[in-house]
Unconditional design. Structure first.
Lengths: 464, 97, 380
């Protein structure tokens, strides 16, 4: 009888780590594929080399969680088949294609837990490709993982809890944080008071950060619109509308982001059904409370399935692993599963309120100026997209992609897809959920032509 | 003036590399993106308009930081550790100035 | 409520063939309804390799191909965009003396058609075209080129719409039947009556042919393609290889499109994706053939659903069972270049019942049981 292939976990952030721990505890030896050089994902990302900062300095209030996860993952040792620095670039028919050091390999898996995480969601603004403009996540990685500031005098703009967190971390690191420009109006923040009973620690910490920023001399401005970044070859100033007039502020670095978006390409290639999610304003892979996708044996956990944060990712990673065990007929703990689902439901209610407190300024998408770059990779402007929509009577995202190249570049629409959907919906007066989503294509990220013919790790498997 | 400012690892081991032929020093633990932007204002120029780019997401998602080595090899700066002797080209041959 | 449309011609399938026929028919003043089950130009017409190539076609296709050849440079006037058509020339490579001999034979055979083929030797491949690798020579067709398929088919459909054709997307034809006066088509909440019907439904055309008692041995094939990131220009011509292997072109923006091997359908057989092995194989071959690709990155793979006939020739011409029905499908992975010519031919067939362009070799009757020495057709 041939050996049953191992389960595959994609991603070694909080969801993937907890999934791996759970599968190992049940006696399985999963393959864990992760693009990072070490575990932790983006939120608990580890530096390439020690830099004299301890976890407290690096991860702040989340240091204990980060240390616990890093240690627990390290303790798995040879109980997992861990593949760091490895890109999963295709999934098909129960086999995964991975790339490491420029060489492609393929192996069979049985059971797939996708914990692919998230990246910053953005809408294009004039000047967003200027050197010195980074996503909020990018600005945070520069500081936490590389120990660098993105400027001497920095402005953070956009929406979402990360806006205040990163600004505060920069201030604590001694950087001059000139302003926090929040797209949400102040009244939206009243939702935080409603969130207080659900997560007093998180809400109070956020309010404290905002207060410390303001007292530290940072201009905290709500209801900001009309953002524009200017400079010759690099950031020199940021211009914005607030309080009924236009203001400008000199700076040499900008962190910008509008909350997060899920990385769903692997779920798409795995054949998962998608559904529009109004809270994230995105098409997301369908899943049940346990994390089962529409495809048997494929499970979804963490921000890659829907934005819910690191704590939810941990719970969802473990819950998905329990579902895999159950579906495989292995012993699992139903009471634990129920507890985890309870935790996830509570965090989900909190996310509803946070999204209301930090709303995505989707109304701005219809106003993107025609000469603003919509697609960074292919350098397609908003006006190009609008003209194509009119000329070809377009109503659907993949047709917009086909005729304009939006989403066809190196990033496959990660950076422009949300904006292009908003723009298409606004111009055609359709609901954002009705314009469809960009279908993912392999490779999930660029791979070298000289990757070589795949080294097939399935040799033990006589079926192939 | 460089784009990034190093706050830690200022005394880590030196890694020598070049940017467009100019000798530079990075520090152990640097990504290529960090090493270049601690000296320079950009990583590359865009293919179609020649506008300067210096990365964006720093987590391997936006693909805006692909640079070339003088060997022709191409790499994503934000996810590649700096290595001794890298000769990094921030300007495509035949591209805009 | 059912919407009723009466028109001269109903066209099933809004690919490049159906869309260019719609435009040509509107030019003749006929009323047209163009129906597509999805979006016009979203299937094989829109996702093919983009080769605008006469070289390599069997000689019976060349009159039609030459007719289309005259249309490509006029796209701007015809559909409002040039479709990124580039008259780059097409270079077919020979890897062996046998393959070179085959190219020479072909050049002699098609000489009367005016393709102006030029046979080039090994040294010229590198000097003139920058092609490396273990090659004997090649055959160059200077008038051939390439274009952006995603734009061309969609632009024909848009131009047909502007010219007054009723273009109904996401409207799948559920049934079509012959009536006393013509045809009746049911498509969702639309009921169409028409004097003539064009079956240009691509990989879905066999269903409609069978409905009129004309079963055809149509097979679905799925090409496999990859595209690189934008690179400095190095490849000025559209490349093919005698005997197959890969084909490649570099677009004006710098991306290199490489095709070869076959993809396979997904669970829903209307959709397909390249296999990793196939894609890696053509990537490897391309990087061996062209130095600048050695360090290049592939950024996307794709496939499409093509209708392929056993003899690699299309089915084009009037139905043998049903007056007023015209078939145009089965272009066997080589429809992009000739499709605009096919559109004109179809319009003439509708209006005049005949065309000056020879199409007898493409008659559907070649697949009828009576004309098959082996007897009965193998049903799909």
């Amino acid at each position: 009888m041939r050996e049953r292939p191992p389960p595959l976990i994609v991603g070694a952030g909080p969801a993937g780590i907890r999934a791996a721990i759970t599968l190992v505890a049940a006696g399985l030896r999963p393959v864990v594929v992760d693009e990072g050089h070490a575990c932790g994902g983006q939120i608990y990302r580890q530096p390439l080399a020690a830099d004299k900062r301890d976890d407290r300095a690096r991860y702040g209030s989340e240091a204990a969680k980060a240390s616990r996860l890093h240690r627990a993952f390290a303790a798995l040792g040879g109980d997992i088949d861990y593949r760091p620095n490895t890109l999963l670039w295709n999934l098909r028919d129960g086999a995964a294609d991975i790339l490491r050091d420029g060489t492609s390999r393929r192996f069979a898996y049985d059971g797939l837990i996708l914990a692919t995480g998230a990246t910053d969601r953005v809408l294009p603004i004039p000047g967003w490709t200027l050197p010195g403009v980074f996503t909020l996540g990018g600005a945070q990685i520069a500081l936490k993982a590389q120990g660098c500031a993105i400027g001497r005098r920095v402005v953070f703009a956009g929406a979402g809890p990360l806006l205040y967190l990163v600004a505060w971390q920069y201030m604590k690191a001694g950087v001059d944080v000139a302003a926090v420009l929040d797209a949400a109006p102040l009244p939206a923040k009243l939702n935080l008071l409603r969130a207080l009973p659900l997560a007093p620690g998180i809400v109070l910490r956020g309010l404290r950060m905002a207060a410390e920023l303001a007292f530290g001399g940072t201009r905290v401005q709500f209801g900001v619109s009309g953002l524009r970044i200017e400079g010759e070859g690099r950031v020199a100033r940021i211009v914005y509308h607030a309080g009924g007039r236009e203001r400008a502020m000199a700076c040499d670095g900008v962190g910008y982001g509008l909350n997060l978006r899920s990385e769903t390409q692997a779920a798409d290639l795995a054949g998962c059904a998608f559904r529009f999610d109004p809270r994230d304003r995105a098409h997301l892979p369908e899943r049940d409370a346990a994390g089962r996708s529409s495809v048997a044996g494929v499970y979804l956990a963490g921000d890659g399935a829907r934005i819910a944060g690191a704590d939810a990712a941990e719970a969802a990673g473990e819950r998905a692993a329990l579902a895999l065990l159950e579906d495989r007929g292995l012993p699992h703990d139903p009471a634990r599963a129920a507890d985890l689902e309870h935790v996830l439901a509570r965090i989900d209610r909190l996310r509803d309120l946070l999204e209301a407190a930090f709303p995505f300024p989707s109304h701005g998408a219809g106003d993107i100026a025609d000469d603003t770059l919509l697609c960074r990779c292919e350098e397609i402007r908003a006006g190009d997209a609008r003209r194509a929509i009119a000329r070809f009577s377009l109503t659907e995202m993949n047709r917009l992609k086909a005729v304009t190249r939006i989403g066809m570049g190196r990033c496959q629409g990660r950076m422009c897809g949300a904006a292009a959907a908003e723009l298409l919906a606004a111009q055609t007066r359709r609901d954002i959920g009705a314009v469809g989503r960009l279908r993912a294509q392999a490779p999930i990220k660029p791979i070298p032509l000289a990757a070589g013919l795949s080294i097939d790790e399935r040799q033990h498997d006589p079926a192939h | 003036m460089p784009l990034l400012h190093r706050l830690v690892r200022t005394d880590s081991a030196v890694i020598r590399f070049t940017i467009d032929g100019t000798p530079c020093q990075g520090r152990a633990g640097d990504t290529v993106l960090t090493a270049v932007l601690c000296h320079a204002e950009r990583l590359r120029r865009s293919e179609f308009t020649g506008s300067p780019r210096a990365g964006f997401c720093q987590m391997g998602a936006c693909q805006d930081c692909w640079v070339q080595l003088d060997s022709g090899e191409r790499l994503r700066a934000c996810t590649t550790p700096l290595a001794e002797g890298m000769h990094i080209i921030t300007q495509r041959r035949g591209s805009h100035a | 409520m059912t919407r009723r449309i009466d028109c001269d011609v109903a066209i099933i399938g809004g690919g490049l063939v159906g869309s260019s026929a719609a435009l040509a028919l509107r030019g003749m003043g006929l009323s047209v309804t163009l129906l597509d089950k999805g979006f016009c130009g979203a299937q094989a017409s829109g996702v093919n390799y983009g080769g605008v190539r006469r070289q390599g076609r069997p000689s019976e296709q060349l009159p039609l191909s030459q007719r289309a050849h005259a249309i490509w440079p006029r796209l701007q006037q015809l559909i409002g965009i040039d479709g990124e058509f580039l008259r780059s020339g097409h270079l077919k490579l020979a890897r062996s003396a046998d393959d070179m001999a085959s190219l020479e034979r072909y050049a002699a055979e098609v000489a009367p058609f005016g393709l102006d083929l030029e046979l080039v030797g090994h040294n010229q491949l590198r000097e003139r075209f920058g092609v490396m690798g273990d090659l004997v020579g090649g055959s160059f067709c200077p008038g051939d080129g390439h274009a952006n398929p995603r734009l061309v088919a969609a632009a024909f459909a848009a131009a047909a719409r502007r010219a007054g054709a009723e273009v109904l997307e996401n409207t799948e034809v559920a049934g079509v039947s012959r009536t006393f006066e013509g045809f009746a088509l049911e498509a969702g909440d639309v009921a169409v009556t028409a004097r003539s019907v064009i079956n240009s439904a691509g990989a879905w055309a066999d269903r409609f042919a069978r409905a009129f008692n004309e079963p055809v041995p149509l097979e679905r094939t799925y090409p496999s393609m990859i595209v690189t990131e934008p690179l400095d220009p190095f490849l000025s011509v559209n490349i093919g290889i005698e005997g197959g292997g890969i084909y490649a072109r570099q677009v004006a923006r710098g991306n290199v499109v490489v095709g070869g091997e076959r993809a396979t359908p997904l669970d829903n057989p209307d959709y397909s994706r390249p296999h990793s092995d196939g894609a890696l194989t053509i990537m490897q071959r391309a990087s061996e053939l062209f130095g600048p690709l050695r360090h290049a990155q592939a950024i996307r793979f794709w496939s499409g659903t093509e209708a392929t006939m056993p003899d690699r020739n299309p089915v084009l011409g009037p139905s043998a069972t049903t007056p007023g029905l015209i078939h145009a499908f089965g272009f066997s992975g080589a429809g992009f270049q000739i499709a605009p010519g096919v559109g004109e031919v179809l319009a003439e067939l509708v209006r005049d019942g005949q065309t000056a362009t020879p199409i007898d070799a493409f008659a559907i009757t070649r697949f009828s049981p009576a004309s098959q020495p082996g007897g009965a057709l193998k049903q799909q």
